[in-house]
Structure formats: structure tokens, C-alpha cells
Design a protein around this ligand. Structure first.
Ligand code: Q46
Ligand code: ZN
Ligand code: ZN
Length: 316
């Protein structure tokens, strides 16, 4: 196996691109994929302050490093989810990496700052932990970015993640989610822009990137992921990809280029008519936002007067 660029010995092949790379040219390949994603979707402007949502896993640490090397003003935000050892180890990896990178790391701890962890939220809502987790992340990434003056939140969602989410949305023909599924979610009143610069890189590539760059990441999967529907979608897509390399990228990028626009109207309707949460001020279609409702349900917040509606795991 020879590097496509320099013909030296290759360390990794990327079947989707029908190419193999040596160490240096693989790093260059990753940079190029991120650069292309940023430019083709106008994700970031020079000089903007970027807040990277870092979990301590391979994707978010790779993303943070690449953005800093590409010259972006990127700091990190770590959210402590209260998932036992998994969270402790993830936090340690993130802090050590922030120090190595020499960038600022903001930290929010669900238990200490908001009175609950993901296991308690899952128990109280009797729903999948990932529902409460996703809701908490979306709310807190956005509010931290606003509070600390960042222009944009960048997350480490990769090609495999996005293709799996797309498959789930298509299987249910969830048109509101399809209208919002894009590598860039523009800013709106009360929301900063959200971008996914790793959308052109698969998870095998981000893992290889971390190994080759000596980035020490949390290798354990989240223990609460078992039963997560997306794992099943990923398996299906991996089986397809195995038989026909490139099908995952064709599925996702075909949707982004030719399908997304057709559903954009469905997302707009859901974004209209947002007022302010009477508890925290976040944009919400009702009186109290889903995050504050979740806190009420887990017993971390007193119910606002006259409010008895159960939590809704809304997505934006
Ligand atoms: S951290 Fe949270 Fe994931 Fe764990 S509980 Fe589910 S959503 S699986 S990215
Ligand atoms: Zn090479
Ligand atoms: Zn609220």
C-alpha cells in the first residue's frame, strides 16, 4: 500500500476515496476535508470566536486540534454528564488536552451546576438517557456560547454520525428534523450558529488522526449508549459501505446538496413563534423551555406556578 501523494509507505487506506496515505499526507487529507467542509458551507469566518463542544472522545479532540492548527480562535466547552467513571475519565482527557493545546477550556457540570446527572434524568423521565443528554447538551452549549460571547458552536459530529441520523430521520420521514439536518444551523434570535466541520471525515479517520497525532482520547464508549437506535443505523450503513464503498457519503452528501432544501420549510415552521422561557430566558415555544422542564422533572428545580406539562424532548 503506497501513499497516493508521495508514493511512500502508507499507514491507512480510505476506501471511500480509493486512496491510501502516509502519516503526513493523511493529516493533510484530514485538514483538507475540514477546510472544504468549512468553506463549502460557510461555517466559519476568520476572526470569529468558536466554542468547540469537547467530550474527551476522538472526534471532538481531533476537531479542536484541527481548528486551532487551521488558525481559528477555538476554545473548548466540556460538559460533565455525571455518568460515573466514564465522565471522570472523559474530563481528565479533556483537561489534559486543553493544556497541551494551550487553549481555554470552559466547564459546566450538570450535577454541581444544575442538580442532576444523566442517569438521574433517564430514571426520572423513564426515557432513553440520550434524549435527556441531547437536550441538556443543546441547551447548555448554546447558553454557554451566548454567555461567554462566542459566535459559533462547533461539534464533532462526523460522517458516520450524520449518515446514521439521516437514516433514522428518513425511516420515520421526520420532515422537521430533515429540515434542520445540515452541517450548518444558522443563528436565530437566542441561538448561536452551530456547525459540524467533521462532516466529511468518517470515524475510522478521526480515530486514526488522533493516534497519528498522539492525541490521548477516551476510548470507552458511553455506557448509556446501549440500545441507542443510532448504533443500529450505523451497523446497517457499515454493512452497505462494506459492499459498496462510498455509499454512506453519497447518501449524506446527496441529501445535503439535493434533499435538505426541500424540507427547510418544515423546520422554519417549528422555529417561528418562539418566546422566552419564564425561568431561564431561553427561546421556547411554550412558557417554560424543555431544559427547565427536565430540571423540574428530576427534582432539581421547583415547578413554576401553574405549570404541570411534562418534559418534551424537543430538538433544535
Ligand atoms: S453521551 Fe449522552 Fe451520548 Fe451517552 S447518554 Fe447518550 S447522548 S451515548 S453522544
Ligand atoms: Zn505521502
Ligand atoms: Zn428554561
Amino acid at each position: 500500500m503506497k501513499c497516493r501523494v508521495c508514493k511512500g509507505p502508507a499507514v491507512i487506506d480510505v476506501r471511500r476515496h480509493n486512496a491510501a496515505f502516509c502519516r503526513d499526507h493523511f493529516v493533510h487529507h484530514c485538514d483538507e476535508q475540514v477546510r472544504r467542509a468549512i468553506h463549502s458551507h460557510k461555517m466559519l469566518e476568520p476572526g470569529e470566536r468558536v466554542l468547540v463542544a469537547v467530550s474527551g472522545g476522538k472526534d471532538s479532540l481531533a476537531l479542536w486540534e484541527i481548528l486551532v492548527r487551521l488558525g481559528y480562535e477555538a476554545d473548548g466547552l466540556y460538559l460533565g454528564l455525571g455518568i460515573g467513571d466514564y465522565s471522570d475519565v472523559s474530563g481528565r482527557h479533556t483537561r489534559a488536552f486543553a493544556e497541551q493545546l494551550g487553549r481555554r477550556l470552559l466547564e459546566v457540570d450538570l450535577a454541581a451546576d444544575y442538580g442532576y446527572g444523566i442517569p438521574e434524568a433517564a430514571e426520572a423521565t423513564r426515557r432513553s438517557p440520550c434524549g435527556s443528554c441531547g437536550l441538556s447538551k443543546r441547551h447548555l452549549f448554546n447558553s454557554a456560547a451566548i454567555e461567554h460571547g462566542y459566535d459559533v458552536v462547533a461539534t464533532g459530529h462526523n460522517l458516520d454520525d450524520e449518515a446514521a441520523v439521516l437514516l433514522g430521520n428518513v425511516l420515520r420521514w421526520d420532515t422537521g428534523y430533515l429540515g434542520r439536518q445540515h452541517p450548518v444551523l444558522p443563528a436565530a434570535p437566542g441561538f448561536v450558529r452551530k456547525v459540524k466541520p467533521l462532516v466529511r471525515l468518517g470515524e475510522r479517520e478521526t480515530a486514526a488522526y488522533c493516534v497519528l497525532r498522539g492525541i490521548d482520547y477516551q476510548v470507552e464508549e458511553c455506557p448509556m449508549a446501549a440500545g441507542n437506535r443510532h448504533l443500529g443505523y450505523k451497523e446497517v450503513l457499515n454493512a452497505l459501505e462494506d459492499r459498496s464503498p462510498g455509499s454512506k457519503a453519497a447518501f449524506l452528501f446527496g441529501f445535503i446538496e439535493r434533499g435538505h432544501e426541500r424540507f427547510a420549510g418544515d423546520a422554519e415552521i417549528e422555529r417561528d413563534d418562539l418566546g422566552e422561557c419564564t425561568v431561564c430566558g431561553a427561546p421556547t415555544p411554550g412558557d417554560v423551555c424543555a431544559f427547565c422542564r427536565l430540571r423540574v422533572q428530576v427534582g432539581a428545580l421547583e415547578a413554576p406556578p401553574g405549570d404541570s406539562v411534562p418534559v418534551r424532548l424537543e430538538v433544535r
